[in-house]
Design a binder for this molecule. Structure first.
Ligand SMILES: [Cu+2]
Length: 65
């Protein structure tokens, strides 16, 4: 599992945007982003950098790459 810490999410709409962006990365089987912990947990074989790029393209900031 890959974990990404993401800043900039404030509501359920942000959660949906982040999860949608992550789901579109190849190799992602499942994703869950928690607004409380600000951590996205990603199952599958996706590349961590590709995930970070997708999240940033959606307008959020990934902390710790
Ligand atoms: Cu929002």
């Amino acid at each position: 599992m890959i974990e990404l810490k993401i800043e900039g999410a404030t509501c359920q709409g942000c959660v949906n945007s982040i999860e949608k962006a992550i789901r579109q990365v190849s190799g992602v089987d499942e994703v869950h982003f928690s607004l409380e912990t600000k951590i996205a947990q990603v199952e599958g074989s996706a590349d961590k950098q590709a995930l970070a790029d997708a999240v940033e393209d959606a307008g959020f900031d990934v902390v710790d790459g």
